[in-house]
Design a protein around this ligand. Structure first.
Ligand code: AGP
Length: 612
């Protein structure tokens, strides 16, 4: 997520903007910038790094500017470089734009403005917008935004200002990225998140998507983008503390990130899949190199490895390529055998995990092609790989990874599909059918999160089992990595010992652990191994253990075998893991909160393990 702030009013605003940006920095930064309307026009300063560096950059320059905008960037398109930092200016310097979110059709938009003679100076999607506006701007920013807006596809919130309109900011948003107006005494703020101006005013108005917002010192006017009378928008009193506001109103970052998963999945898909076509820009291998891959080795740690284990099933299933997934800290000390047609796929949310970096180095020394899936632009892993595929989950602050896991699985799904497509293992019709189902995942994940029945069951399970001293997780096939992930979530934030086993393995030892009422979580969504899972659940029930099943909506049969059933929406078997993991995240979360533990900062853990 990027941070946005704008100001118009009687005060010199540079300091207000910099202070506001510092309040937004927790949401992610890799670069930052501001633009001010000075006597001689728009003046922009920007830099990679933190807001403190921007403050140092602009600090000495006196400014009496009373109109300005600022941005902290969490890079999605374009590397972490000064030239990709917002704001962006039109070639004539008359317009400035900054944005949170992505344009999925940015390739077409960039090509169009370049063809129209605009000089593009960045790799970003946002820059295309300022040139599109420049094409149609004739002195009225609201009108210019209205004319360009229908061309924009994706999830975005942007601000625009013009040198010729000294008191005006125009804004608009579509889909998830938020915007909120702060009403002061003869001054107005507009920002992506409340903390940016909460110390200046608590009088707020929320921007609804597909409106054009006309911001001036006297306030904000709201118009339907498609035309029609102005909209009366209530002014509310923001009652959030800065701390709560930084969590978007959620009690913890981890809960916020669990609820951000539909957006993380949608953004990770982005423009990568559209109408049967797959675009994995940045992968670093040509189509012919990808098509000739005859073996895939996946390495990662913790949650990243669990995502890789899901990916293993998908790549073998769809692309027919021999695939392994291994713990990076073990793999690097084996004597792994591979050849130049082996693809090593490293997965690391932070891109800084020492064991994963070491495994990548070993692979490259042995001549393998290395691609990394990571969430952090410019991380060490991106410099150690031949290709980079970014998840677009936004900054993940909670130590227990949630939205990055589902984003990693989403990206692995796209990669498996692409490999299958290039090897003609799936027909265009099959790719389209899977791709269409993939495109539904954000909506299906939202349904899980919005399901009151599931929430009630999670709360009941947490109250009932929070003081148990052991949980066993069981699953088969692609459901087994989800068990590993659910077991890890529970143990790392509640400190309750857990174990996860393939259902078929239980009778080879773990079943000895079961006694009356031992909680056993069974991932039993509809699949070709569902009946086998039912057999395992019956073996568990025969020992009087307590079965909590994750199942597919509509499958009533499982209710006679399990004590509690948490249903997730139906999708194809291979995509079910993204949905099945969410109840497990919520169970772990609620149990840890029931125990009064600090879920964002669990004992002994760090968000990034940069030591071996
Ligand atoms: C997951 O909840 C843990 N925080 C941990 O296992 C984590 O997944 C692991 O350290 C790998 O981190 P990375 O993805 O940044 O490499």
């Amino acid at each position: 997520m990027c941070g946005i702030i704008g100001y118009t009013g009687p005060r010199a605003c540079k300091g207000l903007l910099l202070d506001g940006l510092e309040r937004l920095e927790y949401r992610g930064y890799d670069s930052t910038g501001i633009v001010l309307l000075e006597e001689d026009g728009l003046v922009r300063d920007r830099t990679t790094g933190k807001v403190a560096e921007l403050r140092a950059l602009v600090g000495a320059n006196h400014s009496s500017a009373r109109l300005g905008m600022g941005h902290t960037r969490w890079a999605t398109h374009g590397g972490v470089e000064d030239r990709n930092a917002h704001p962006f200016l039109s070639n004539d310097g008359r317009l400035a734009v900054l944005m949170n979110g992505i344009f999925e059709n940015y390739v077409d938009l960039r090509a169009e403005v370049a063809a129209a003679g605009h000089e593009l100076s960045s790799e970003t999607d946002t820059e295309a917008l300022v040139h599109l506006l420049s094409e149609v701007y004739d002195g009225d920013l609201v009108e210019a935004v209205r004319r360009v807006y229908p061309r924009l596809e994706g999830h975005f919130a942007f601000l625009v200002m013009a040198a010729d309109e000294p008191e005006r900011i125009v804004a608009a948003r579509h889909a998830w990225p938020p915007l909120v107006v702060g009403r002061g005494d003869g001054e107005t703020f507009i920002a992506s998140f409340l903390p940016a101006f909460l110390e200046q005013t608590r009088q707020v108005q929320y921007v609804v998507e597909d409106e054009v917002v006309d911001v001036s010192p006297s306030g904000a006017r709201f118009w339907p983008m498609a035309g029609g009378p102005a909209i009366e928008r209530e002014i509310e009193e923001a009652d959030a503390s800065i701390e709560v506001a930084e969590k978007g109103g959620y009690e913890t970052f981890m809960l916020k990130e669990i609820y951000e998963q539909p957006t993380a999945i949608a953004d990770t898909i982005g423009e990568r899949y559209r109408n049967g076509a797959l675009h994995l820009d940045g992968i670093g291998l040509s189509d012919s190199e990808l098509a000739s891959v005859n073996r895939v080795l996946i390495v990662g740690c913790g949650t990243a490895l669990h995502a890789g284990l899901v990916g293993r099933y998908l790549i073998e299933e769809w692309a027919g390529i021999a695939t392994e997934a291994d713990v990076a800290s073990e793999w690097r000390y084996r004597n792994p055998v591979f050849d130049p047609s082996t693809l090593v796929l490293a997965i690391s949310q932070s891109g800084e995990t020492a064991d994963t970096l070491a495994a990548m180095q070993l692979a490259r020394e042995r001549g393998a092609k290395v691609v990394v899936i990571t969430n952090v632009m410019g991380s060490a892993a991106t410099r150690a790989a031949d290709g980079v595929l970014y998840t677009r989950a936004g900054l993940e602050i909670g130590v227990a990874s949630t939205k990055c896991f589902t984003a990693q699985v989403t990206l692995l799904t796209l990669l498996a599909l692409r490999l299958a497509q290039l090897r003609w293992r799936l027909s265009p019709e099959q790719v389209s059918a899977i791709g269409s189902e993939l495109a539904r995942l954000p909506e299906l994940a939202q349904r899980v999160l919005d399901d009151p029945a599931l929430e009630a069951k999670v709360d009941m399970i947490a109250r009932r089992f929070a003081h148990d001293r052991f949980f066993l997780f069981l699953g088969r096939h692609i459901g087994f990595p989800i068990c590993l992930e659910g077991a890890l979530k529970l143990k790392e934030i509640s400190y309750i010992p857990t174990d996860a086993y393939p259902g078929g393995e239980m009778k080879h030892g773990p079943i000895a652990l079961l006694s009356d009422d031992t909680p056993v979580v069974a991932v039993a969504t509809d699949s070709h191994v569902f009946e086998k899972m039912i057999s395992n659940i019956q073996e568990v029930r025969a020992r009087k253990a307590h079965v909590i099943a994750i199942a597919t909506e509509g499958n009533d049969a499982i209710a006679i075998h399990a004590d509690h059933v948490l249903y997730v929406p139906r999708t194809i078997e291979e995509l079910q893991p993204v949905l099945a993991v969410i109840p497990l995240q919520l169970i772990a979360y609620r149990i840890a909160r029931t125990l009064g533990l600090d879920v964002d900062r669990p004992r002994n853990l760090a968000k990034t393990v940069t030591v071996e």
